[in-house]
Design a protein around this ligand. Structure first.
Ligand code: COA
Length: 191
């Protein structure tokens, strides 16, 4: 379960004490009202600390994705009982091929401040389950070949490399294509 750390002052000295503060995150379908927050997470999530921007979706696409791909579009929000715009911390989007034989993960992103708290894993698992529930046992995705966190996440969830395409998005935008065919239940050790 996600947690955050905090620094507190003691009477003797300023010491760093790690407080385990559980922050529950809820994975739920993305809705129209989420669009600005989804875009904010997308922008923050695909910008490195040094300002380098990676390929990311534009604002208008999020409205289209909610309308057309809502079945495979999940948001992670902090479940703290508040009702404001700052609660969305990640999202995952997928799609099925027209003939419905292969599911695709199109996007998984977590806000930098909420990473390494299993939010990416929970979002990806929710999406995999939704794709599997639609009868799609083969799921693919493409990822930047040097995106170590994402590749580690996908490997952990049963994906393996299918191949690398040097000009996947044109020019020098290479992508590693990964695929999984194991059922979610097997990955979670439920069978
Ligand atoms: C990839 C990303 C979604 C992972 O989200 P996250 O919430 O931080 O990941 P989780 O906490 O759920 O981690 C699950 C597993 O992923 C792997 N992982 C996550 N971050 C990692 C890191 N920095 N280095 C190595 N492995 C990492 C680990 O295997 C981890 O399991 P473990 O904690 O038991 O070691 C997040 O780093 C992100 O948003 N990156 C930018 C957007 C992006 O590149 N998306 C992928 C597009 S294809």
């Amino acid at each position: 379960m996600p947690f955050t750390t905090a620094t507190i002052a003691t009477p003797c000295a300023l010491e760093e004490i790690v407080l385990v503060m559980y922050v529950r995150t809820l994975i739920r379908p993305a809705i129209t009202q989420d669009v600005p927050a989804l875009y904010a997470v997308e922008t923050a999530g695909f910008t490195d600390e040094d300002g380098t921007r990676h390929l990311s979706y534009p604002l208008f696409f999020f409205r289209q994705a909610v309308d057309a791909l809502g079945e495979f579009f999940f948001a992670a929000e902090i479940d703290d009982g508040r009702n404001d715009d700052g609660r969305i911390v990640g999202h995952a989007l997928g799609a099925a091929t027209p003939r419905g034989s292969i599911g695709w993960i199109l996007n998984v992103v977590v806000h930098p401040q909420f990473r390494k708290h299993k939010v990416g894993r929970d979002l990806t698992l929710a999406l995999i389950r939704a794709l599997e529930s639609s009868g799609l046992s083969c799921i693919r995705l493409s990822v930047e070949p040097d995106n170590i966190p994402a590749i580690a996440l996908y490997r952990k969830l049963g994906f393996s490399e299918l191949g690398r395409e040097e000009s996947y998005f044109g020019g020098t935008e290479a992508r590693l294509v990964m695929q999984r065919q194991t059922s979610t239940a097997e990955i979670l050790g439920e069978v």
